[in-house]
Design a protein around this ligand. Sequence first.
Ligand SMILES: [Zn+2]
Length: 207
Amino acid sequence: MRFAGKGPRLALPEAARLLLPAGRTPVWLRQVHGRTVLAARAGCAGEGDAVVSRDGRHALVVATADCVPVLLAGDGVIAAAHAGWRGIAAGVVAATVARMAVPGASIVAWIGPAIGPCCYEVGEDVAARVVAASAPDVARPGPRGRPHLDLPAAVARQLASAGVRRVRRLDDCTRCRPERWWSYRREGRGAGRNLALICRAAGGSEG
Ligand SMILES: [Zn+2]
């Protein structure tokens, strides 16, 4: 399990190979802010926002720049999901857990760097959709009167609802930490991407 932020600007496959242990095959997605969960295959697994693998050689990679990267490991299965507000509202987290096909209690999840409630001002419509998909307390009024959303908290609530109790959160706001993470809200279209990677360690546990 690894969250990698600012470094040299490289194409995703090249960056993944540099970050992964030798012998691991990177698997990535053409992310579209939906709830489609794909079965892993080497290289680009297709258009979707989560991927699941039972192949010990696979390393799953999602790319983000404010959205929430979620990495999961269960009994013999790993998964990675890209969850922005649209994916959270669409239910990508629950869909990923369901596709892992193991009890939620056996799953460990990591919530990586994402834009925090300090910085994520949104419209009332967006806040309402994420609240409806998670819990009321993930939105609160910001200093300018518009709601601020806590996307990592929304993901945590969805994981809990899916039976995943062991959740570790980085709670590092991408927009507040320019030295460490890329942020779409801060850098706009020129933003690079943060990578979240998960693969099985040689001993069989996630690493
Ligand atoms: Zn912030």
